[in-house]
Design a protein around this ligand. Structure first.
Ligand code: SAH
Length: 255
C-alpha cells in the first residue's frame, strides 16, 4: 500500500489537513474551557462575575484612559449584573449598553466610568443624577460621594432601581419619580449634577441648582449628541465638549 499522504496528495495539502485537524481539536478544547462553559458546570457565579468585572475595568475603562483610582475601584466592586434583567446577566460586563425594560438602557461601562471621573468626586459631595434607569450609575456615585439624589421619570424603573439599591445596601441614595427638567429644588444646591439622558439644550433649572465651582456632566443633542463638562462660575457655566455620545432622549414631563 502506498503511503497515501506522500504518494497521492501533494505534501502541502497533507500539511493543510493536519493543521486543520489540530485546529479543530484546539478550538474544541478552547470552547470547553471558556468561563461560560465552566460557569454552567461548577464555578461559583459570584467569582465568575467578579472575574468579568475585573476584565471590564482593565480593558474597557482603564485602557481607554479613565485614571481615577477611586472610580476604578468602585466599578471593580459593584455588581452590575444585578442591575440588568436576569436573562441579560451574562452580558452585564460586555462593552455595550443593555436594555433594562420600558425602552430604556443601562449605559456602556466605559461611559459610566468616564462621566463619573469627570465629576471629580472626593467623598463629601451631594450629587444629583437625572435618569436613574437601572440605578447602576447611582450605586457607583453612592460609593464616591456623601449623598445621591436621583430622579427617574418612569415609575416602574424608579421602583426597581430603588429595590436593587436597597438590596445591595446603598443607604445614601434617594430615588424620586418625577421629571428631571425641574431638578430637585428642595435638596439643592448640589456639588455635582450628572444627566444620563440627552436633552436638546441644557435645562436652566439644573444649572441653577449647582453650587458655585460645582460640576455638570451632561449629554446634549438630538441625533448627534456631545458629552459636556460644565463648571459653574459667577458668570454661568464654563462648558467643555468631551466626546460624541449616544443616549436615550431626556423626555419632557407633563408638568
Ligand atoms: N443612569 C442609568 C441609565 C439611564 S437611561 C443607569 O445607570 O442605568 C436614561 C434614563 O433617563 C431612562 O431611565 C429614562 O426613563 C430617564 N429619563 C428620560 N427623561 C427623563 C426626565 N425628563 N426626567 C427623569 N428621567 C428621565
Amino acid at each position: 500500500m502506498p503511503d497515501t499522504c506522500h504518494t497521492i496528495m501533494p505534501t502541502g495539502y497533507c500539511f493543510f489537513l493536519l493543521n486543520l485537524a489540530a485546529g479543530i481539536l484546539f478550538a474544541s478544547l478552547l470552547f470547553s474551557c471558556t468561563p461560560e462553559a465552566q460557569n454552567r458546570e461548577n464555578v461559583d457565579p459570584e467569582s465568575y462575575y467578579a472575574d468579568l468585572r475585573g476584565k471590564m475595568v482593565d480593558f474597557q475603562i482603564e485602557k481607554r484612559g479613565v485614571r481615577d483610582k477611586r472610580v476604578l475601584d468602585v466599578m471593580t466592586k459593584t455588581p452590575r449584573h444585578l442591575f440588568v434583567p436576569e436573562a441579560l446577566r451574562p452580558q452585564a460586563y460586555d462593552d455595550t449598553p443593555l436594555p433594562i425594560g420600558d425602552g430604556q438602557t443601562i449605559s456602556q461601562p466605559y461611559i459610566v466610568g468616564l462621566m463619573t471621573e469627570l465629576l471629580g468626586l472626593k467623598g463629601s459631595e451631594r450629587v444629583l443624577e437625572i435618569g436613574t434607569g437601572s440605578g447602576y450609575q447611582a450605586a457607583i456615585l453612592a460609593q464616591l460621594a456623601a449623598e445621591v439624589y436621583t430622579i427617574e421619570i418612569i415609575p416602574d424603573l424608579a421602583k426597581r432601581a430603588e429595590n436593587v439599591l436597597t438590596e445591595i445596601g446603598c443607604r445614601n441614595v434617594h430615588v424620586r419619580n418625577s421629571d428631571g427638567y425641574q431638578g430637585w429644588p428642595e435638596e439643592a444646591p448640589f456639588d455635582a449634577v450628572i444627566v444620563t439622558a440627552a436633552p436638546e439644550r441644557i435645562p436652566q433649572a439644573l444649572v441653577e441648582q449647582i453650587k458655585p465651582g460645582g460640576r455638570l456632566v451632561i449629554p446634549v443633542g438630538r441625533d448627534l449628541q456631545e458629552l459636556f463638562l460644565g463648571i459653574k462660575t459667577a458668570r454661568g457655566l464654563d462648558l467643555k465638549s468631551v466626546v460624541p455620545v449616544r443616549f436615550v432622549p431626556m423626555v419632557k414631563g407633563r408638568n
